[in-house]
Design a protein around this ligand. Structure first.
Ligand SMILES: NC(=O)c1ccc[n+]([C@@H]2O[C@H](COP(=O)([O-])OP(=O)(O)OC[C@H]3O[C@@H](n4cnc5c(N)ncnc54)[C@H](OP(=O)(O)O)[C@@H]3O)[C@@H](O)[C@H]2O)c1
Length: 226
């Protein structure tokens, strides 16, 4: 059975994605509070705070190879910018980099992004940086130290990170997925989409074939503008 790792799987979209993947994957659930994890068949629960580089590094040593799917789902919306970037950008960067040697050939990596990360909504200076052909992982880490905006800017940087990893890991399928506006704790009760609808958008990218797209941005299986 293939192995999937999902961050932030205690509630919301991450939990729904984990519950569906449990049908045909062994799971590693990377969560802040294992005591609050739902009982999911074949799931190993690991305590990880993705805002903490030491927590990520220690966790990565406990992950065995091969890993067939990595879902960088954990995210925060209303936190101060430094924490928002630590969770939404630096976490996926450090975790994906640490686990890259353990990814199976053809592994999928899925980044949970947002329509609020569209480049058309970002400051010109950030757009120029993120669009630079010379953009590097170190440039993105530097942005995390001095965040140039809040949630939307962090997701724009996550989209750029997705493209960097797609180039860095040509044998993997690395894509960003927008679940839409979803009725989770983050999205609130007024959001138009159910958790299952948001999760379905993510699960599409989790299950793309080995010759499927990489370095793309998708909602409900369709490419959307950066
Ligand atoms: N809901 C929407 O409308 C929407 C729209 C676009 C994109 N997204 C994205 O979809 C993803 C999931 O969102 P959601 O709506 O399911 O949010 P949610 O209900 O607020 O759940 C967020 C999850 O992330 C975890 N998390 C937060 N900080 C963490 C950290 N430092 N280390 C480890 N886990 C951490 C939380 O863990 P705890 O349970 O321990 O707090 C929780 O399990 C996020 O990346 C979000 O930005 C959501």
């Amino acid at each position: 059975m293939p192995t999937a790792l999902i961050t932030g799987a205690n509630r919301g979209i991450g939990l729904a994605v984990a519950q569906d993947l449990a049908k045909d994957h062994d799971l590693i659930l990377a969560v802040r509070d294992p005591a609050k994890s739902a009982a999911i068949p074949r799931a190993r629960v690991e305590k990880v705070d993705v805002s903490d580089p030491e927590s990520i590094a220690a966790f990565a040593t406990r992950v065995e190879r091969p890993l067939d799917l990595l879902v960088n789902n954990a995210g925060v919306y209303t936190s101060p910018p430094r924490e928002t970037w630590a969770v939404n950008v630096r976490g996926p960067l450090l975790l994906t980099r640490a686990l890259a040697p353990k990814l199976a050939k053809g592994a999928r990596v899925v980044m949970l992004t947002s329509g609020l990360g569209a480049l058309s909504s970002q400051a010109d200076s950030l757009v120029r940086k993120l669009r630079s052909p010379d953009l590097s992982f170190e440039d993105i880490l530097a942005l995390c130290d001095r965040p140039p905006g809040g949630y939307g800017a962090s997701k724009a940087a996550l989209n750029a990170l997705t493209q960097l990893f797609a180039r860095e890991l040509p044998e993997a399928r690395v894509n960003a997925v927008d679940p839409g506006w979803v009725r989770t704790d983050m999205g609130g009760p007024g959001a138009p989409r159910s958790i299952d609808q948001g999760a379905a958008s993510v699960l599409w990218a989790c299950r793309i074939p080995p010759d499927g797209p990489t370095g793309g941005l998708f909602r409900d299986g369709r490419a959307i503008p950066w």
